[in-house]
Write a protein that binds this ligand. Structure first.
Ligand SMILES: [Zn+2]
Length: 662
């Protein structure tokens, strides 16, 4: 076997990849490709010296040791200044006119892909390195993952000596993104918010085997020839060359006057949903290399380019229904069920309506046409009904009397806008959500105990309350449909391991309203253990700096529910140590209690509190004999007097800072 034959096969395969992924014109059937690929693989296996770096078999390389290493860019990767409307663009051109006499037109406009900027280094035509943008100066080495992107040539279609740098945007086509999320949802893996996040997540995989299963693509837009720096090319010429080298480039428009700019921008915005990838605006670049050179850069961005950003995208669709959702704390929120519609590159079928009040306020009726908006990456919201499109079939919505659990009524508490299920911890839906939360990442992170598993276990009457999770046994689980041995033992192991958790994690996981991760940490820091928190008096809890009244109230309410105490007892029987001290809060101020009074000079009060807490200290609001240190700023009053009386150590601000930082 000789290298000529190997090269021949590689060329055939590379051409097929290029035809398929870059030109979108397949010239080889999948079966043909696979056959040839396997043939090549076989040859390479028996002749390792014939493995060439640009062989398609080398696209997947596992996790090499240089993965994610920080590497300095040869030339800074700038970001772009933004324009929000045509006026901003006019002002931009006016600014440029003052700097240069060179022609600003033609200007090249292209859709702005919502992806990730990447730099590719080729040495003597061979791909050698791929770097993320990073902070623009230093990026991360993602060579192993970039190689898996099939429309990136491992070898340029042209022989070029020395170093060539290609820049472009890596993205995931919208269709592939939706597909990936569907699979993730099915397998109970967190879904990605948008295709940009999916692309970023895929590119940051340790193992290139994973990345190779994700459909990533590159559109390139810049060519930097480091060896021949005098060779500066007009932008449109760069794009042509990139195509010749084997890259896919974005659709671009060349305009010769300002009126054309608005026309093209409108055109691009109008086609927004027609692109196979998510776009969030358009990029305008001065075409002439001479003009670019004269204009140069500001400290942040090239002067010769600007990004025009579309406004947050809105869509109109039908509000098919309004359903209620009961959360783990019994809160009931209305959810809009929509005719699925693509908004900003993602399919939207549901939108939050926050509370019943909002439905009245916006006068939303079932069957209304409604405006849906996604601002940035947040959950879509219903902006308003389109009153003009009403035809009399719309129905007003009223809050049902009962919670969707169908057992208890819905009640409003005092001034709260969000109603609750009267059943509280007895509501089946709240219980279910509570169990899902308990096992989730925010809770005890029990692997394999996701939403779907919890639902299966409830349906099969294996669990009803959180503590039942610890009674599950092998026979019960293995008899469930599609549960094999590995899945069963893994889950049982994860469950039994979870009892060793840190106390603040357990305190968060049991899902007391208003007690999230940070509050749980504060409480454990103050009272030592879960038992300490549960035994602490209302007055004591109230004195902790940053603990709100609502936390105190909800904790008290939770404690007064016998079912909750029963759960804690049961968890203890199953091996949880309620007296366990936290091992994560071992700062040098561990257990020391501070009170801050008076006006501080160098710190805001909250910053000082954060500083103390991050070292394991506790800040309370009133002085008692348990106070270790009083930090007295200017104009300290009664607290200072009380501290003096109780013989509490008093420190001025400077002194305290020295003490904390020492
Ligand atoms: Zn209920």
């Amino acid at each position: 076997m000789d290298s000529k034959k190997v090269n021949e096969i590689i060329n055939k395969l590379s051409k097929a990849e290029h035809d398929y992924y870059v030109l979108n014109k397949p010239t080889m059937s999948d079966a043909e490709y696979d056959k040839l690929y396997n043939e090549l693989k076989k040859i390479e296996e028996s002749n390792p010296d014939l493995i060439l770096s640009y062989s398609p078999t080398q696209r997947v390389t596992g996790t090499p040791s240089n993965a994610f290493q920080q590497v300095e860019h040869r030339q800074r990767m700038y970001s772009l200044d933004n324009a929000e409307n045509i006026n901003d663009i006019k002002k931009w051109l006016e600014r440029l006119e003052k700097i240069t006499d060179e022609a600003l037109f033609p200007i090249v406009i292209e859709p702005k892909i919502d992806g990730l900027a990447i730099s590719l280094i080729y040495e003597d035509s061979l791909f050698v390195q791929g770097l993320t943008r990073g902070d623009g100066f230093i990026g991360e080495d993602v060579t192993h993952n970039v190689k898996t992107i099939k429309n990136i040539p491992l070898k340029l279609n042209k022989d070029i000596k020395g170093i060539v740098e290609i820049r472009g945007e890596v993205f995931m086509p919208i269709e592939s993104f939706n597909e990936l999320n569907k699979v993730n949802e099915k397998e109970n893996i967190p879904t990605f918010i948008n295709s940009r996040n999916a692309a970023a997540g895929s590119l940051r995989q340790k193992d290139s085997n994973v990345t190779s299963t994700r459909d990533l693509r590159l559109l390139s837009y810049q060519l930097i020839n480091h060896e021949e720096l005098d060779l500066s090319l007009d932008y449109s010429k760069q794009l042509k060359n990139l195509e010749t080298y084997g890259f896919q480039v974005n659709k671009s428009y060349k305009v010769s006057e300002i009126d054309e700019i608005s026309k093209i921008l409108e055109e691009i915005e109008g086609m927004r949903d027609k692109f196979s990838y998510q776009i969030d605006g358009a990029v305008l670049k001065i075409d002439s290399a001479t003009s670019q050179d004269q204009l140069g850069f500001t400290s942040k961005a090239p002067r010769w380019a600007i990004a025009y950003k579309f406004a947050a995208e809105e869509q109109v669709t039908v509000l098919k229904d309004i359903k209620l959702q009961t959360g783990r704390t019994g809160a009931i929120t209305p959810v809009a069920v929509l005719d699925p519609v693509s908004v900003g590159g993602a399919m939207v079928s549901f939108a939050t309506l926050h509370n019943p009040d909002e439905i009245q306020r916006k006068d939303l009726r079932i069957n209304d046409y409604v405006i849906i908006r996604r601002a940035g990456d947040v959950i879509p919201e219903v902006v308003s009904p389109v009153i003009d499109r009403r035809d009399g079939t719309e129905k007003k919505w009223n809050l049902p009397i009962k919670c969707p659990c169908n057992k208890y009524e819905i009640e409003f508490i005092k001034d709260e806008k969000v109603p609750r299920c009267k059943g509280k911890s007895k509501c089946n839906l709240a219980k279910k959500e509570g169990m899902i939360f308990f096992g989730s990442r925010a809770g005890l992170e029990i692997d394999g105990l996701g939403k779907e598993t919890i639902e299966t276990l409830i349906e099969n009457k294996l669990i009803e309350n959180v503590e039942d999770i610890y009674d599950l046994n092998y026979e019960e689980l293995i008899s469930l449909p599609q549960w094999e041995e590995k899945k069963t033992t893994n889950l049982l192991n994860a469950i039994s391991n979870s009892v060793k958790t840190e106390p603040e994690k357990l305190l968060t996981a049991i899902g007391i309203r208003h007690i999230g991760k940070r509050t749980a940490q504060q409480l454990i820091q103050n009272f030592g253990s879960i038992r300490g928190v549960l035994d602490a008096s209302k007055d004591k809890i109230e004195t902790i700096h940053g603990i709100s009244e609502s936390v105190v109230t909800s904790l008290n309410e939770w404690k007064s529910d016998a079912d909750n105490l029963k759960t804690m007892e049961a968890l203890e029987k199953h091996g949880f140590k309620l007296d366990k001290k936290s091992s994560t809060s071992t700062g040098k101020l561990n257990g020391k209690t501070f009170v801050i009074t008076g006006t501080l000079e160098n710190y805001s009060r909250q910053d000082l509190v954060n500083l103390i807490e991050s070292s394991g200290g506790i800040v309370t609001t009133s002085v008692s004999k348990n106070t270790d240190i009083l930090i007295a700023g200017e104009k300290a009053g009664s607290k200072l007097a009380k501290a003096e009386k109780l013989n509490v150590k008093i420190m001025k601000e400077d002194e305290a800072l020295n003490y904390i930082n020492k």
